[in-house]
Design a binder for this molecule. Structure first.
Ligand code: ACO
Length: 370
């Protein structure tokens, strides 16, 4: 038995949720470029869960279901109030999502209907948890979700207490579309491994949030912004990047296990970053990003991934840096739950092997003689 480090190139399951073929990303066969330009996030959620684009009445039904399930239990709000104020926001989300199961009578009902209802609750309540956490840690009262608006609009409203600008809603909605699913990425794999034991959907999504948190995965968008803030101005980019590359350090937001000729999502976020920079009158983050891209691509041949330009997009939307990865989780909940439902539909325990590299034939020595 020979191990493949990082399971690179290993095909671990079949899936009809999304595909990456020859560098082209599709959700259920629809090209991401098409969806980014034309679909709303809720249409994409429907597409991922049901395998087809919704007609008007199907979409209205989903919007109603999401709206009616967006409020979180009072016990979760009370629990968030007890979290330390400076706690990592993904750790807070992971804890609160795990706790949601405690207040859902259907948590252990494994019927398809109950699992779909739980997917709706998770998709609707995760934005509310994040906004609630963000307000409580600042000593503010949480804001209840509004009925009849999109997830993107509701999230910005619950975060700030103000009705967001149309342009901000559209930008966040497009970012949600772009992050919704991505074949067998690390967090989706974690979700599938968890539920393949026939554990519940809340356990699957909690595992996924834990996997997304790391800087090699979803945590990279926050790391990109930390880097941009550290660099400060365009004039400092060259020295900073040259030093990083000379020290063989990774530049966050670059590289990808699957894409070697560029991440098809990055160009949409780059365009949004520039447009929002013009609107806010601050193109500093965008200009720095462009120069970093030129250097890292020029010197290492590495292209930006989805996380690179999302950092400046979210900053232009005045979203605090440590909410970037939780926003990724809002979007990816649609993909995680679609994959979980698919796993339940055709389940087999996921249990690979390890190549043993430790000593063999050890002789047991009693504790007194060690
Ligand atoms: N900056 C500098 N060098 C890099 C980078 C980078 N961002 N990414 C890869 N490399 C180099 C590595 O140092 C390594 O070089 P070596 O062969 O000389 O040692 C080589 O490219 C291969 O890198 P690995 O880390 O082995 O590639 P892997 O496929 O395992 O990792 C990953 C992919 C994790 C995305 C990697 O490119 C990385 O760490 N990027 C930065 C973090 C990041 O942006 N993550 C978000 C990914 S997208 C997402 O999850 C949503």
């Amino acid at each position: 038995m020979t191990a493949t480090k990082g399971l690179e190139g290993i095909v671990a399951t079949t899936s009809s949720v999304s595909s990456i073929i020859d560098g082209v990303l599709t959700y259920r066969g629809y090209n991401i470029d098409d969806l980014a330009e034309n679909a709303t996030f809720e249409e994409v959620v429907y597409l991922l869960w049901y395998g087809k684009l919704p007609n008007r009445s199907e979409l209205d039904r989903l919007l109603k279901d999401l709206s009616e399930n967006a409020a979180i239990p009072a016990e979760i709000i009370d629990q968030i109030k007890l979290y330390p104020k400076n706690v990592n926001s993904m750790a807070a989300l992971r804890s609160a999502v795990s706790s949601l199961a405690l207040y859902d009578e259907e948590a252990n009902d494994m019927s398809k209907e109950a699992n779909l209802r739980k997917a709706i609750k998770l998709q609707a309540q995760i934005p509310t948890i994040i906004a609630t956490f963000a307000r409580i840690r600042e000593g503010k009262e949480p804001i209840a979700p509004k009925a009849g608006v999109s997830i993107a609009e509701n999230f910005l409203y619950m975060l700030t207490g103000k009705n967001p600008e149309k342009i901000a809603v559209e930008a966040l909605d497009k970012a949600l579309v772009l992050h919704a699913d991505h074949e067998l990425n690390a967090s989706t794999f974690a979700a599938r491994v968890t539920v393949a034991t026939l554990s519940d959907i809340y356990s699957g999504v909690t595992s996924a949030i834990g996997a997304l948190k790391g800087p090699l995965h979803g945590g990279a968008n926050e790391a990109v912004m930390a880097m941009l803030e550290e660099i400060g101005t365009v004039d400092n980019v060259a020295n900073y990047i040259n030093e990083k590359l000379a020290n063989k350090e990774k530049v966050m937001g670059f590289g990808h296990r699957v894409y070697k000729n560029g991440d098809p999502r990055a160009k949409h976020l780059q365009k949004m970053s520039q447009e929002l920079g013009k609107i806010t009158g601050n193109l500093n983050w965008y200009n720095m990003s462009i120069q970093i891209e030129e250097m890292v691509t020029g010197q290492k041949g590495l292209k930006p991934n989805v996380d690179f330009y999302s950092a400046s997009v979210y900053t232009s939307l005045e979203i605090p840096r440590d909410l970037f990865t939780p926003i990724f989780a809002i979007s990816r909940t649609s993909g995680w739950t679609a994959h979980i439902l698919e796993q339940y539909d055709n389940n087999r325990l996921i249990r690979p092997r390890a190549e043993y590299t430790g000593p063999l034939h050890q002789v047991f020595v009693p504790i007194e003689k060690r």
